[in-house]
Design a binder for this molecule. Structure first.
Ligand SMILES: [Fe+2]
Length: 260
């Protein structure tokens, strides 16, 4: 079984396959939802070990490394599958849309449409309540210190999707779909070498392992993630676009990261 990490939030992290991150969101009455199960076995094992009942699957997009476990989970548990695009997974029972509110396991979850990585990508946002900060599950849209590749959409679309996420409160916990943190931080330093918050975090992660970065927070991402920092004079200087619109700086950063 993959190591399961307790984030001290009602979320368990299940690292799976090469660098995917599957999340179990634990709600009332031991009910839980899984986000982006690329594979079923570690999800079933973790649910059994923690005595949780899986009732829902949430899909951020349809790529196989995020959906590969859906059929088996549905067969074994009878859970409901929510996703944004029936063309990407025939297992979806409930098609979700931008700004839709979903009630499950005692949580109210907002759907945020974030076209960019794919045209139908969505993120799932839990608003803060009296007990906990908010949380957002970002799939392959926003990573720690990075963002997803543009497979179907333009850089402009991704830029505006990420701006929507950046408007969430700084305390919002960020749960991305992959552990690309170290590679992303190495890239970030090529365009903003003076960013000490990145350097300090890399020192910590070199000792503790990259999974210690999960969850990040939107506030920390605003200090460190170059794709959220297109107004940084240092970044603009490094990409030779001192006066360009943010969208253009974003597109150049994405091009450079593709070649990194
Ligand atoms: Fe993907």
């Amino acid at each position: 079984m993959a190591a399961c990490i307790d984030t001290q939030y009602p979320v368990l992290v299940i690292p799976a396959m090469q660098d995917n991150l599957i999340y179990l969101l634990i709600g009332t009455d031991s009910c839980c939802a899984v986000i982006d199960p690329g594979t079923a076995e570690p999800v079933l094992e973790t649910a059994e070990q923690k005595k949780l009942t899986l009732t829902h699957v949430l899909l951020t997009h349809g790529h196989a490394d995020h959906t590969g476990g859906v059929s088996l989970l549905k067969k074994k548990t009878g859970c409901s599958v929510l996703g944004s695009d029936l063309r990407q997974s025939s297992e979806i029972d409930i098609v979700v849309q931008d700004n839709q509110l979903i009630d499950m396991c005692g949580f109210r979850i907002d759907v945020i449409a974030t076209p960019g990585h794919t045209c139908s990508s969505v993120c799932y946002y839990l608003k803060p309540d009296g007990r906990s900060a908010g949380a957002v599950f970002t799939g392959d849209t926003l990573f720690i210190c990075g963002c997803g590749r543009l497979f179907e959409c333009t850089a402009n679309q991704m830029f505006h999707s990420i701006e929507r996420l950046a408007a969430l409160p700084d305390s919002t916990r960020l749960f991305p779909g992959h552990d690309y943190t170290m590679d992303n931080m190495r890239f970030a330093l090529t365009v903003e070498p003076g960013n000490m918050a990145i350097r300090r975090q890399m020192e910590v992660l070199n000792k503790e392992g990259s999974l210690a970065a999960i969850p990040s927070s939107m506030g920390f991402e605003k200090q460190t993630n170059p794709f959220l920092r297109t107004q940084s004079p240092d970044i603009r200087r490094h990409v030779n676009l001192p006066d360009a619109p943010g969208e253009q700086v974003f597109a150049e950063l994405r091009r450079r990261k593709d070649r990194f």
